[in-house]
Design a protein around this ligand. Sequence first.
Ligand code: IPM
Ligand code: MN
Length: 359
Amino acid sequence: MKYTIAVIPGDGIGPEVTNQAKKALDAIAEVYDHIFLYEEAQMGACAIEATGNPLPDETIKTCKNADAILFGAIGDPKYDKDPSAKVRPEQGLLKLRQTLGLFCNVRPVKAYDSLIKNSPLKREIIKGTDIAIFRELTGGIYFGKKEVSEDGKSAFDGCSYDVEEISRISHLAFKTAQTRRKKVTLVDKANVLETSRLWRKTVTEIAKQYKDVKLEFLFVDNAAMQLILNPKQFDVILTENLFGDIISDEASVIGGSIGLLASSSLGKRNALFEPIHGSFPQAKGKDIANPLASILSAAMMLEHLGLHEEADAIERAVEKSLLLGITTEDIKGKNKYPASTSKVGDFIADYISNQEDSN
Ligand code: IPM
Ligand code: MN
């Protein structure tokens, strides 16, 4: 089959990690007889430099017309250091999420056996952890009303949610839980926030349609602690935009490196796949960044396109690279000599190409 993939390399290490994901996809295309047509588009700091706009119309068009979107990373220290900058790279990603209605962000967190040593957490605490975080992505404080007073001495960010926004992601979370360990934990701050109370009420109602799934509630402060104390208690975590952003970075420690965490952002018509890590500007162009989160995002993309065997082939290759210690320097595995970004990508692509021999 032929698939059109919009590729947005973005900023920092985005281009180099996305290139490795493309290598893996090319190997898949070869072995399974598909055609992946890449349509490259700009977003973020690089788009501001080139066009003055973090999300050019051309990029939106390319994304809308594609079967799926593969995205690298966004952000540049130049803008982080200047809080008064009016145009910022991150606005590009936020606007893309909003324009395409990518309301459901899924972030799987798994403790790979071969990486357990890398986590600062104890082996017995994390072994066997397997969580799917469902983060609402187009509502809440990220997209509420924003204001700065004229004298610049006060600022305002509003947080709002409605039943429809809560319901659509909740149904997806419950449906996923039905295929897993049948538990949904709603993470909120219902002891303080009205929006959280609306989440609880709405999700409690929806849960009645999924009688085989157990629903639990946790306040976000407690959830942050439980994730470190006993992450195995979680199956599907359902939460709003800002809480999901924070606890998913925290949860990445369980996997041994944030360089491993992939994600999908799903809308009614479009789907985007991206690593959860940022643009890691210090590593830009050095060929040292971990490409696995981007490669695993490509696997999630294949899964979404219904190419399950193909997605498995990528995951097997990633597991093999971890097992053999062919990993970048963020993963202090058996290998004293870390591999470069492109070496890891080459290994994954070669392993996919030769899997029939090696299985
Ligand atoms: C993420 C990132 C983004 C977010 C930034 C870059 C806007 O941290 O995808 O988690 O906060 O959603
Ligand atoms: Mn984040």
